[in-house]
Design a protein around this ligand. Sequence first.
Ligand SMILES: Nc1ncnc2c1ncn2[C@@H]1O[C@H](COP(=O)(O)OP(=O)(O)OP(=O)(O)O)[C@@H](O)[C@H]1O
Length: 329
Amino acid sequence: MILARADQVSRRYGDVLALDRVDLTVRAGEMVGLLGPNGAGKSTLMNLIVGLRRPTSGRVELFGGDPRDPAPRRQLGMTPQETGLPGTLRVGEVVDFAAAHYADPVPRDELLDRFGLTDQVRRQTGGLSGGQRRRLAVALAFVGRPRLVLLDEPTSGLDVEARRTLWDAIRAFHAEGGTVLLSSHYLEEVEALASRVVVIGHGRVLADDSVDAVRSVVGVRRVSFVADDLPALPGVVRSELIDGRNHLLTTDADQLVRDLVTAGVGFTDLEVRPTSLEEAFLAITAEEPPSGDTRGARPGDGPVTVGSRPAGDDDEPTTAASGGRPATA
Ligand SMILES: Nc1ncnc2c1ncn2[C@@H]1O[C@H](COP(=O)(O)OP(=O)(O)OP(=O)(O)O)[C@@H](O)[C@H]1O
């Protein structure tokens, strides 16, 4: 059962093409990570799915209907990237206010306990730490027992312990059958939570696959050095010569360096560094090296399948219930 779908969705802000013909499907029971660097288009995509913005072209469906209709939104919870909480209201009052929009909200104490905020129930939100405020904002997305939750960088700015508390709460929701779409800059976060990851860069879906498959691709390293003569080397995903330096992309940098030595290559100024997510994907998917605006320069229009994922078999949209709005803080 498909809960949210974007079909060839583009979104333009003036001259900026924030999303370029994006396809995305989120099925019931999935926990999907949306991974990408700053400005990739993650927030824009989430805002389109929840009906906060309209696509410039293409179609978005939420629970089989228009995301701007109130009906489907009752079953939705969202925490946007930036949230504002009324500073003079107490934590308990904010939860009660959000809960009042729903017929069967999660009891206040249970919600606060899940998100490690029990001790803060009487604190004014203006007096909370940044991490506590963020946890409260995320907790509010769950108060209405939604079927689908969208979390835009839920753990940004959190310390390790707060992040773990939040991950546990998200996992518990998912374990009970909830569906989650969350965005992150960090593969580590997506790995910790999701089994499927959609990598987005420059407004395009670069990959949509299992976390394992994507990890094997983003594990690419860049080995660069100066050398006159280079034999053919195994395990090199891509090679380029830029300003007299050889740049070799490989999934096993240690082995490549050993091979260089064994082959007697007289290299100097050796450097090994990780490639960024975006770099790794562009390197593997593009014929031309990434330079400037690569949109439209890449061959092929679809996302890369880097491994195998069981195909979904149910394309029937669900029927939305009536009334309501998402819990946004
Ligand atoms: N309201 C807006 N007006 C103009 N440009 C916008 C607007 N919102 C987003 N953009 C631009 O659209 C592109 C995608 O932005 P978006 O916020 O969706 O990316 P993101 O992947 O969520 O980034 P981040 O990880 O930094 O939050 C960026 O180039 C951004 O500057």
